[in-house]
Design a protein around this ligand. Structure first.
Ligand SMILES: Cc1cc2nc3c(=O)[nH]c(=O)nc-3n(C[C@H](O)[C@H](O)[C@H](O)COP(=O)(O)O)c2cc1C
Length: 192
């Protein structure tokens, strides 16, 4: 299956698909939102979540200044919103009014919680370090917002009720096909 070997790394899109989320921040009376595909959990206890933000993004200085941010997990129906906030700079326009973004109150931070999201983490900046052309910003999750109706009893998304926005790279978004899901007990498969 593996046929091509290259030392020219290029844009290395091979780790996609990833869920596309929107990071929001509020700082000095201004709100901003940007698309992020590079984000992931770091720790259960304490609950930590990481986002990779290029320092050239307008959001970067806002997040550093505010010391807090929110990660908003978006449905596929909001792909246009993701593309909009990912294709514009908060330095040039107020994306909340330009794209008519509606937010619900946060409880522990000032970061806007997008009403379009199906889940959101309010985070306080826990650590930050620059790696290459991105900063890895780790947030301590201080509050979780969820649309309880779209999650099953085991905590997984019910794909019949909500399709998360998956990003393939190259401006391409797609859905998860519910018919492909398989429940595989790791104890059984791993031999205990
Ligand atoms: C789907 C998608 C995913 C993106 N992922 C990231 C990311 O993980 N990190 C990043 O720094 N920029 C990412 N971007 C680019 C920023 O969202 C984009 O540069 C945005 O305009 C920054 O807004 P700002 O300048 O107002 O902060 C992504 C863009 C899109 C469309």
């Amino acid at each position: 299956m593996l046929k091509v070997v290259a030392e020219d790394i290029g844009a290395f899109y091979h780790h996609y698909p990833r869920t596309a989320a929107i990071v929001t921040v509020s700082y000095e009376g201004r709100r901003n939102a940007m698309a992020v595909a590079w984000h992931c959990p770091i720790s259960f206890n304490p609950p930590l979540y990481g986002i990779a933000i290029a320092p050239k993004r307008f959001s970067y200085n806002m997040i550093c200044g505010a010391g807090q941010f929110a990660v908003n997990f978006m449905p596929l129906d909001s792909a246009e919103t993701i593309a909009a906030v990912g294709g514009s700079s908060g330095g040039l326009s107020d994306k909340f009014s330009l794209f008519n973004l509606q937010d619900a109150p946060a409880i522990k931070t000032e970061a806007p919680i997008l009403k379009e999201s199906y889940a959101a983490y309010e985070c306080m900046v826990f650590d930050k370090r620059i790696y290459g052309d991105h900063a890895w910003i780790i947030g301590s999750i201080v509050a979780v917002h969820t649309d309880g109706e779209v999650f099953s009893a085991d905590g997984t998304l019910d794909l019949n009720l909500l399709q998360p926005a998956l990003y393939l790279g190259a401006e391409t978004y797609c859905a998860v096909d519910q018919s492909t899901t398989r429940v595989l007990d790791r104890q059984k498969y791993g031999g205990g």
